[in-house]
Ligand binder design. Structure first.
Ligand code: GLA
Length: 370
């Protein structure tokens, strides 16, 4: 249990890591939760040498940005492509990290053939279940004992808490989720299994997630935690919404992990919030305000935002096993290209030169371990 340190609400802490202190995120929060990061191929292959040093120094759990998604690991019906995933898992093993698998069943980054027969006609329920079983038992079986936790199903809920009408749901029915968890548990009974989604702070979606977890538990499904992605904005979700999400989800008896953390500080260019990768926005005048660098006032506002979020995480540390950032440095982030390509984003704790930002100092100060 980690006591909550001073949040420095008025300013930034002095004598910080940015000015040379060696404290690491994984040490600062070792009594509260693991601290992780999503890696790309340049990083886990070791080619991005300075990023690798930063990852080893700061983090004790990793997630794969893309290499275990269906389109990469299983690109054609009879072809499994394990080489990139093997390198990712090996990197984690070599460095004693808790290795996450992401993700087995999702509507996105899944090739169209998955849902069709060889003539291009839609599969029926039993045939799609058989294909899902083949995929899960092969992939989870391949990494048995090495991948310690799997995002079994990603993003199955609509914003109003109902089931998303994905090809999985339309062909199999709502119980595609129960089946996916059952197949994953059979393939590696020791692996932790998770349901992962975004915008779970939205009360309607949060309540849908509570119903889903209760349904899974009533069906005897082994589920360790819900992953709350936390692709956050500066002004959303609010602290009360975050707080009530952790309370409501944990009330079902599962843990709640933060799985894809970042904070988008750029102007909104779409009407809808959330983190749907299919969303595309239009670049407009003023939509890329920090191309030349982040002003001090914005840097400080980001630091304060991270501090209030970590205040919530520390409050709920008894049900949080890990906090994982979606990218190592600002330069690695998907938010430079989503929902508009070509913007300059600053969503993480390390800048493009791999230096800790004021937000890093603020978060570490909050741990009381600085
Ligand atoms: C979703 C997915 C992640 C990733 C991010 C954006 O949250 O779960 O795998 O694609 O979008 O990069």
């Amino acid at each position: 249990m980690l006591a909550v340190g001073c949040a420095h609400p008025g300013g930034l802490p002095q004598g910080s890591a940015a000015s040379g202190s060696p404290i690491a995120l994984k040490s600062a929060f070792k009594d509260a939760f693991l601290v992780g990061v999503a890696l790309n191929e340049e990083q886990f292959s070791g080619r991005a040498v300075s990023s690798v040093a930063l990852v080893k120094a700061q983090f004790n759990t990793i997630s794969p940005e893309n290499v275990l998604k269906w389109e990469i690991v299983h690109p054609r019906p009879a072809t499994y492509n394990f080489a990139p995933g093997d390198a990712y898992v090996e990197f984690g093993a070599q460095n004693g990290m808790f290795v996450i698998g992401h993700t087995l069943v999702w509507h996105s980054q899944t090739p169209p053939w998955v849902f069709q027969d060889s003539a291009g006609h839609p599969l029926a329920r039993e045939a799609l279940l058989a294909r899902m079983h083949d995929h899960i038992s092969t992939v989870v079986g391949h990494y048995k004992g090495r991948v310690k936790g799997w995002d079994v199903v990603n993003e199955a809920l609509n914003e109003d808490g109902t089931m998303r009408p994905s090809a999985w749901q339309k062909i199999i029915g709502d119980d595609f989720i129960e089946k996916a968890f059952q197949y994953a548990h059979e393939a590696d009974p020791a692996a932790e299994l998770y349901y992962n989604d975004y915008s779970l702070e939205n009360p309607a979606k949060r309540d849908g997630a509570v119903r889903l977890i209760n349904r899974l538990k009533a069906a005897g499904v082994q589920i360790k935690a819900i992953g709350s992605q936390e692709h956050n904005k500066m002004d959303w979700p609010s602290v009360p919404l975050m707080d009530s999400m952790f309370t409501a989800l944990a009330g079902t008896g599962v843990h709640v992990n933060v799985t894809e953390l970042d904070v988008d500080i750029l102007p909104r260019v779409t009407q809808n919030g959330g983190a749907d990768v299919a969303t595309r926005g239009q670049a407009q005048a003023g939509s890329n305000p920090y191309a030349a660098g982040l002003p001090d006032s914005a840097q400080k506002a980001l630091a304060r935002r991270y501090a209030e979020m970590f205040g919530v995480y520390l409050k709920h540390q008894d049900v949080i096993d890990r906090i994982t950032f979606w990218g190592v440095t600002d330069g690695d982030s998907w938010l430079n290209g989503w929902p508009v390509r070509g913007r300059t984003s600053y969503p993480l704790l390390f800048d493009r030169q791999l230096k800790p930002k004021p937000a890093f100092d603020m978060v570490v100060a909050l741990s009381g371990k600085r």
